[in-house]
Design a protein around this ligand. Structure first.
Ligand code: PLP
Length: 388
């Protein structure tokens, strides 16, 4: 059977070049980066070289502004809780959006139990935040704005430069969850006035369980995890050297490939949409066509369930997702699709295709050939459809 993996927004395979770079750090260069002896110094050298590589890839002049973490979730937690608790005397108000990843949303929910207040900005039908709305929601006690760069479910890219400018003008710290954008589209930390940025290795062909947080020099932020003096006291714990080496290598390679990959993935995405919308009646595209990640296509297919389509596609070797991977075990409709105005029924009929580096033209043809008959069969069984 043919296998077609179109779930890269959930995770991606670790690319061979990154695996190769990581291998010696499991068996030969296994020292603790905090040890003084040669084994430790070798590990420390790899750690700092990786930090510099990440800094260069992101256009950051001082590698000290990069902190390694265990992934996107930890980076989001460190940014939001780290800023919140450290700035408590200044204020207790945080601004975010209704369409954030749960790593951000549930941080805010947690902080609300501890006396913090959150404004969840709405988005328009394409999933875009209105900068004027952000401006109006800033209060005297606002200490942090956390708005994602690109949405993991629908691929919408937020107006980060405008948001960063507003944050700066109002003297409010700005964090962005860039887990879906780093390595996929250009990010300029200075032009975008970003103070804190989260990224995760496994979303750009690096290993799982390793990420980073960019912290602009001078940002008032504490730690979540206490112990040794690792990572400038922002993140105690022996560093995951193989993971960090792999993340740095994957990031470096991906950033260099952004332009050529973007063109290729955008044309594959449009080919997929055309192929499906030509042969399946009553399907709707979610998110923005203009401001969208090149690899992401999210659609609603009326009268049938996303889960049924997912399982039928899985039977022919095609991997996709419904809503976001983190909520797929629950039957709640996606909070992102509800926020862009889809009804719960429509949201239940949504599926997401997210292609990647190894996705080919044939893969897309395979989906275009296989999905329409599946939709046909499922609709024939759907009471919603028969009653039409
Ligand atoms: C995957 C993802 C995360 C979580 O990253 P992990 O490394 O899996 O913890 C956070 N935010 C967004 C937008 C994501 O897509």
């Amino acid at each position: 059977m043919k296998f077609v993996y179109l779930d890269h927004n959930a995770t991606s395979p670790t690319r061979a070049e990154a695996v190769k770079e990581m291998m010696p750090y499991f068996t030969k260069i296994y020292g603790n980066a905090s040890s003084i002896h040669s084994f430790g110094r070798d590990a420390k050298r790899a750690l700092e070289e990786s930090r510099t590589k990440v800094a260069v890839s992101l256009g950051v002049l001082d590698p000290k502004e990069i902190i390694f973490t265990s992934g996107g979730t930890e980076s989001d937690n460190l940014a939001i809780k780290g800023v919140a608790y450290k700035n408590q005397k200044k204020g207790n108000h945080i601004i975010t959006t209704q369409i954030e990843h749960h790593a951000v949303l549930n941080c805010c929910k947690f902080l609300e139990k501890d006396g913090f207040e959150t404004t969840y900005l709405p988005v328009n039908e394409f999933g875009e935040v209105d900068p004027d709305n952000l401006k109006k929601s800033i209060r005297k006690n606002t200490i942090l704005i956390s708005i994602m760069h690109a949405n993991n479910e629908i691929g919408t890219i937020e107006p980060i430069s405008e948001i960063g400018k507003i944050a700066k003008e109002n003297g409010v710290l700005f964090h962005t969850d860039a887990v879906q954008s780093i390595g996929k589209i250009p990010v300029n930390l200075n032009e975008m006035n970003i103070d804190l940025l989260s990224l995760s290795g496994h979303k750009f062909y690096g290993p799982k369980g390793v990420g980073a947080l960019y912290i602009r020099k001078g940002t008032n932020i504490g730690a979540l995890q206490h112990g040794g003096h690792h990572e400038k006291n922002h993140r105690a714990g022996t560093e995951n050297i193989p993971g960090i080496v792999g993340l740095a290598k994957a990031l470096e390679l991906n950033i260099n490939e952004i332009q050529s990959e973007n063109q290729r993935l955008t044309s594959l995405r449009e080919k997929l949409w055309k192929g499906l919308s030509d042969s399946i009646p009553e399907i709707v595209r979610n998110g923005s066509v203009k401001n969208c990640l090149p690899n992401t296509l999210n659609i609603c297919i009326k009268y049938i369930e996303g889960e049924s389509m997912l399982l039928s596609l899985d039977n022919v070797g095609i991997a996709i997702s419904t809503g976001s991977a983190c909520t797929s075990a629950s039957l709640e409709p996606s909070h992102v699709l509800l926020a862009i105005g889809r009804s719960p029924e429509m949201a239940h009929g949504s599926i997401r295709f997210s292609s990647g580096k190894y996705t080919t033209d044939e893969d897309i043809n395979y989906v275009i050939d296989n999905l329409p008959p599946i939709v046909d069969r499922l609709r024939k069984m759907s009471p919603l459809y028969v009653h039409k």
